[in-house]
Write a protein that binds this ligand. Sequence first.
Ligand code: PGA
Length: 260
Amino acid sequence: MEVIIQPDKKAASSLAARIVAQLIQRKGECVLGLATGNTPLMLYKELIRLHKQGELDFERVTTFNLDEYVGLSPSHPASYTSYMWENFFKHINIPAHRVHIPDGLAPDIPAFCRQYEGAIKAAGGIDIQVLGIGTDGHIGFNEPSSSLASRTRIKTLTKQTLEDNARFFNGEENVPHHVITMGVGTIMESRKCLLMAFGKKKADVVARMVEGPITAMVPASILQMHPEAVVIIDEAAASKLERSDYYRWVYDNKPDWQKY
Ligand code: PGA
């Protein structure tokens, strides 16, 4: 696991954008796994800026989103489909048929999930999976106790996640209780995982993910087993790490060929 501590969210997001941009510029045709929530907003802003400057072409980029609420139509303002088009896709030149977001209205959820997994495989697998982390340690919506080998499926949200997301729904009672999410095993098959976390609220869970034991109680801790997991955090989110001096030392001493 590579832990990169940046002075603030802006610097962290620019670095994450550089990693994603390098993939698109190098490969052209590539597959991104995308996340929603507050965390990746500045990353998307920066990618939009690079696109508008003529540095990034999304014509051959395919995307798969991590998750969606069950029962919300794509046009619902709090759906992740709305979020993605509003905050990212409508500002870039990605062809709509290359965008994949779980269908919260799928009549047969298990069949839909199998089909989603098949579509990721058919696209050649995910090159970079962008991730946030929930205060309870979830990635995607894989809540604590999720199988670390799980695939795309329906999950029930924890009370903690309902509270965290109440702000998007005018109160906790309106947050859907079920979601479709890529599984932990699905996420682990991505060639690179790029997890960002910002703010003091994430400091505890970041320490548990990076320095705690690998456990289904903190699903993000499985990233310790990923050959290319990059964790980009701000100072506040890094504040509970025991080995932060070492992570800074490693980053400052990266050989030139390894730098982003
Ligand atoms: P946030 O959510 O980016 O809004 O903090 C992260 C998550 O729940 O995965």
